[in-house]
Ligand binder design. Structure first.
Ligand SMILES: Cc1ncc(COP(=O)(O)O)c(C=O)c1O
Length: 371
């Protein structure tokens, strides 16, 4: 057998041995407690109708963009949309990327230079790590949400310093202490970059705005694939920073621009987001109900979180998988998050609560978890 095939077989065999072999599954038809569709926009008939209506205003639209933004793929619609989204988030400017992964990859690979420093929370998303790895800057991480550890790292930072956090962490669902972090970044003259992927739509327009900190962060990444129910992302910052990304962010420069259909979906999702207080209130009511129900029984430890992401620790890949299978058999689409995606010993069920879930679904789910 060819050496590459042998290598592949060995790596896959190891995965199976570690009980963390990844397989693609199609949507199950079970009650959704695993997607990031927190507000139900991905399945919203209202959003579909808004998109169709908007598309009819542009009968000549192209199915595909035909090229990168710097060549044939740029249109007035996308530039206007970027400014509208920037205004919505109270930022000076914004640049749309094809995904949150692309946005963070482009940002962190292009901005920090050799001799600069990137300091990230230890639980930061893989795309930020990957972007930072592509840069030539020094990289450090600090213990999750630990301000003392962050300060230690800030004291040793060289060059221009960037501190990167998620306002809501994707696997634990807890929040970064943004105000306290900003106190430190301003004391040490560092630039704070916040990924709002799991906060936008769940906590108003995002946690940065909810805390009125928009003028104190250097940049934000907002993704459209979670509460906005679409796909893509925007990096928000100054007009100069937008120009910088257009010139240096390779994941923006060397890729085909999003299709018109995608842009319209994003635009209409933002329109829908202006009027969803009822859904947001219902979502937070369900989150509280879930936490209360889980606290009544102490079979499992719940990671403290007020967001739509509620993680139940079930240490060990096979234990986590077994509990997920038990829930699936009982009609709930809950997935296990295994190591190495999370640290060994921190395997879990990552339960996502949505505005379209019902109180009865929550109580049945918690009763089945704690059967
Ligand atoms: C915190 C965070 N940032 C970025 C991303 C990537 O976004 P996208 O799914 O749009 O590529 C994700 C999603 O997986 C995420 O959780």
């Amino acid at each position: 057998m060819n050496q590459a095939e042998i290598f592949i077989q060995q790596k896959l065999a190891q995965r199976k041995l570690d009980d963390n072999f990844r397989v693609l599954k199609t949507a199950s038809g079970l009650i959704d407690f695993c997607s990031n569709d927190y507000l139900g926009f991905a399945r919203s008939e209202k959003l579909k109708a808004l998109v169709q209506e908007e598309l009819r205003r542009f009968p000549d639209y192209l199915n595909g963009s035909g090229g990168s933004r710097l060549l044939s793929g740029n249109i007035t619609f996308v530039e206007e949309l970027e400014q509208q989204i920037a205004n919505f988030h109270e930022a000076e400017a914004g640049l749309i990327f094809n995904s949150g992964y692309d946005a963070n990859l482009g940002l962190f690979a292009s901005l920090p230079q050799r001799g600069d420093t990137i300091i990230t929370d230890e639980l930061i998303h893989a795309c930020i790590i990957d972007g930072a790895r592509l840069s030539l800057a020094n990289r450090f991480s600090f213990r999750h949400n630990d301000l003392n550890d962050l300060e230690k790292k800030l004291k040793n930072a060289k060059g221009i310093c960037y501190v990167v956090v998620e306002s809501v962490y994707s696997m634990d669902g807890d929040e970064a202490p943004l105000q306290e972090i900003i106190n430190l970044t301003s004391q040490y003259n560092a630039n704070l970059i916040v990924d709002e992927a799991h906060a936008t739509g769940v906590f108003g327009q995002g946690l940065v705005q909810q805390l009125q900190l928009e003028n104190q962060v250097f940049a934000r990444t907002v993704t459209f694939g979670k509460a906005l129910g679409s796909h893509g992302a925007i990096v928000l910052g100054s007009k100069n920073f937008r120009d910088y990304l257009i010139n240096f962010a390779r994941s923006f420069i060397y890729t085909t621009a999003p299709s018109f259909y995608q842009l319209v979906t994003i635009k209409m999702a933002y329109q829908l987001l202006q009027n969803i207080t009822t859904e947001q209130n219902h979502l937070h009511k369900l989150i509280t109900l879930f936490k209360n129900e889980m606290q009544k029984k102490y079979h499992y430890a719940l990671i403290e979180s007020n967001s739509a992401i509620q993680s139940i620790l079930v240490p060990g890949n096979s234990n986590a998988k077994k509990l997920a299978e038990h829930l699936q058999k009982n009609g709930f689409d809950v997935r296990a998050i295994l190591s190495p995606t999370v640290l060994a010993g921190m395997e879990r069920l990552r339960i996502c609560i949505h505005a379209f879930n019902t109180e009865a679904e929550i109580t049945e789910l918690t009763a089945t978890i704690n059967h």
